[in-house]
Design a protein around this ligand. Structure first.
Ligand code: CMC
Length: 387
């Protein structure tokens, strides 16, 4: 009973007000704090965008330096956290480990945390920004049986992540600056995207007053699926499955067949019905990285051909199914040498700032617990059968 609108998939329902990110899907516009994503990708960097998302303004040079130093203070995880990894099988999916280990941070930061205190919320954000690369790299090191690498605070954010992923205690690791720049850009382009499924999940979980690290873990879970952040991994799996350019037509036919659940991974977006502005920047970065590293990969040929067909084929054109951010990010990550099952972890690492900024925004203004209604379609009231 009662009147409410029915909007499955929240296609047309705004559930909150927000000042953080603006998207105009029809015109392919994405703004953070009013700044176009293309300009941020060109002139800014990930940590500066983190500051912008948290504070609504770009930092002054002094504020930026203080922010970066504060993040560096928090890069290590508690030594006890190492034990959590040992409970997982070596072949556990790293997103499963992320859900568990990031959620476990809530046990380390809970008792003295007051989510109604703006400074406490800020410190949660610092901790998360700082620790996500450490935890993400630990997932990878665990899976390949190498020792965990400690963060090196002399390095910048992306270099440090690459060092923890690809370095080892036996020799000094020096990141290729082109790769480090591309990594930072991947982080930046994924930093926030207003009320997507994972961010809405974090907001909803947070609306009950739950521990923020546990809320972020719920965001990681929501991100994992192939319709959302899991798409970057699914793109690569799909390219491998296609295997050869001669098989492309068959997959295109399957994608268009209404009786086949198969979708072209990395194509389409709920909000962008024109193009995904992040995908444009990502494509450019992809071309730069591949040229610089002089990589020729048969999967990339398949990707380029697929992109071309999809952009010309009536089915995709009519439905406005353009390549999205995940189509190109997967290709760059592969070129960098990141294993496929780590792709979504990198999305999670990058999006954590978006999640925590929205969580913090929620708590900084008067709010209500999120409580959607439903359209009941079950059986009418009936009596329990007499025995
Ligand atoms: N391949 C083939 N057909 C598709 C695809 C696709 N990738 N995406 C949508 N369609 C078709 C769909 O079958 C439907 O056709 P029809 O009108 O004939 O029934 C029409 O396009 C509209 O699709 P929808 O499912 O109503 O659209 P949605 O807004 O609910 O879904 C989406 C958006 C991103 C989940 C979907 O496009 C998709 O599954 N894409 C592949 C997965 C993917 O790349 N996800 C990453 C999204 S971007 C990163 C992020 O922010 O998470």
């Amino acid at each position: 009973s009662g009147l409410f609108t029915y909007d499955p998939g929240f296609v047309s329902t705004a559930a909150c007000e927000s000042k953080i990110t603006y998207i105009d899907g029809a015109n392919g516009i994405l703004l953070h704090g009013g700044y176009p994503i293309e300009q941020l990708a060109e002139h800014s960097d990930y940590l500066e965008v983190c500051y912008l998302l948290l504070n609504g303004e770009l930092p002054t040079p002094e504020q930026k330096e203080t922010f970066i130093n504060t993040i560096k203070n928090h890069t290590m995880v508690h030594e006890q956290m190492r034990n959590f990894f040992n409970g997982f099988r070596r072949d556990a999916h790293p997103m499963a480990i992320m859900v568990g280990v990031v959620g476990a941070l809530s046990a380390f930061y809970h008792d003295s945390l007051d989510i109604n205190d703006a400074h406490h919320r800020e410190v949660c954000a610092y901790r998360l920004i700082a620790k996500m690369p450490t935890i993400a790299a630990m997932c990878y090191k665990y899976s390949i049986g190498q020792p965990f690498m400690y963060p090196k605070n002399g390095l910048d954010y992306a270099e440090n992540f690459l060092q923890m992923m690809f370095g080892n205690p036996c020799e000094e690791y020096v990141a290729n600056p082109i790769i480090a720049k591309a990594m930072d850009r991947i982080f930046l382009l994924h930093a926030d995207h207003e009320q997507n499924a994972s961010t809405s999940t974090v907001r909803l979980a947070g609306s009950s007053g739950a521990n923020p690290f546990a809320c972020i873990s719920s965001g990681i879970a929501a991100l994992w699926g192939p319709a959302h952040g899991g798409a970057n991994e699914a793109v690569l799996t799909m390219l491998e499955e296609i295997g050869d350019e001669s098989n492309i037509d068959e997959f295109i036919l399957r994608a268009k067949d209404p009786d086949d659940n198969f979708r072209l991974m990395g194509f389409g977006h709920r909000v962008y019905r024109n193009f995904d502005p992040r995908a444009k920047v990502m494509k450019q970065t992809c071309d730069e990285v591949l040229a610089e590293l002089n990589i020729s990969d048969p999967l990339l040929k398949i990707a380029k051909r697929l992109e071309q067909i999809a952009l010309e084929d009536e089915y995709f054109v009519k439905r406005k199914l353009y390549p999205n951010v995940d189509f190109y990010s997967g290709i760059i990550l592969k070129a960098i040498g990141i294993p496929t099952n780590m792709f979504t972890v990198i999305f999670a690492l990058s999006r954590t700032i978006g999640w925590i900024s929205h969580w913090s925004e929620f708590h900084s203004s008067p709010n209500k617990i999120g409580r959607p209604r439903q359209l009941y379609t079950g059986s009418k009231k009936r009596d329990y059968p007499a025995k």
